[in-house]
Design a protein around this ligand. Structure first.
Ligand SMILES: Cc1cc2nc3c(=O)[nH]c(=O)nc-3n(C[C@H](O)[C@H](O)[C@H](O)COP(=O)(O)O)c2cc1C
Length: 228
């Protein structure tokens, strides 16, 4: 059976755009596949502990019986996170834009994953080439001509990790101006914000269909290979 790994990093549940768009995507791919397991990791509501990273970085240099509890737990958690990734056929990462950069929880998560030998920097991870969807939401607008063009220091890092370090075959769904409805200064942008949201959900539907087709085709190839 196909396994899809989904990660959420929004610190809110109610009103979260990344969660809503990822829900559309997940519903679309699962409906099309008919049968799929979705493994979920919610680092926005249940962040990885900030102490785990140091333990996972330095623990492997000590013999197992001499490791501190923090080191043992850090190594175990990194292994669990890496296992979730390695076990998946496809990925959905739903991540917000915070303080002009990436979610601290996603950074902590990636730091921890990179301590597992299967994701050691400089190696090609076993998940390379697998399909992945990145859903990003930004409260403001950062395109050319906008006052804060160039202030988006988050999207390129998310892409760098998923596309260039983990070497996933990545599609990106972006939704901007998500704060327009609650920000008086953005009142004039509310129509555009609503259009953006509709487009993001439409892309999620479409990408879900394409992802399911791709996973179906891969499953058929696997069956053929087994039959030979
Ligand atoms: C603590 C915090 C900081 C944020 N910082 C920014 C920011 O610097 N720039 C921006 O455009 N939006 C910012 N936002 C808005 C989020 O990017 C926006 O609400 C987005 O939709 C978050 O994803 P979510 O809807 O899934 O929670 C911030 C939101 C929060 C809660």
């Amino acid at each position: 059976m196909t396994t899809i790994f989904r990660l959420d990093a929004s610190i809110r549940q109610a009103g979260s755009i990344t969660r809503a768009v990822a829900d559309s995507l997940q519903a679309s791919v699962v409906a099309r596949l008919g049968d799929a397991t979705v493994t979920r990791r919610d680092i926005g509501l249940s962040p990885v502990p900030s102490t785990a990273w140091a333990g996972a970085v330095f623990g492997p240099y000590a013999p197992p019986e001499q490791r501190t509890a923090q080191q043992t737990e850090g190594i175990a958690l990194a292994g669990e996170l890496a296992n979730e990734l390695v076990s998946a056929d496809a990925f959905i990462f739903a991540v917000p834009f915070y303080n002009f950069g990436v979610s601290q929880h996603f950074k902590a998560y990636v730091d921890l994953v990179h301590t597992d030998p299967r994701f050691a920097p400089g190696t090609t991870p076993i998940i390379a080439g697998r399909p992945a969807q990145l859903v990003i939401a930004r409260g403001g607008g950062y395109g050319p001509g906008s006052p804060r063009h160039g202030w988006d220091h988050g999207t390129s890092w998310y892409r760098r990790v998923l596309e260039d370090i983990w070497k996933l075959d990545l599609d990106v769904i972006e939704c901007e101006l998500t704060l327009a409805d609650v920000t008086p200064a953005m009142e004039g942008l509310r129509g555009l914000a609503a259009e953006n949201l509709v487009k993001a959900h439409a892309s999620a539907q479409q990408n879900g269909h394409s992802l399911a087709s791709r996973l179906d085709a891969a499953a058929v190839l696997d069956l053929v290979a087994v039959a030979r």
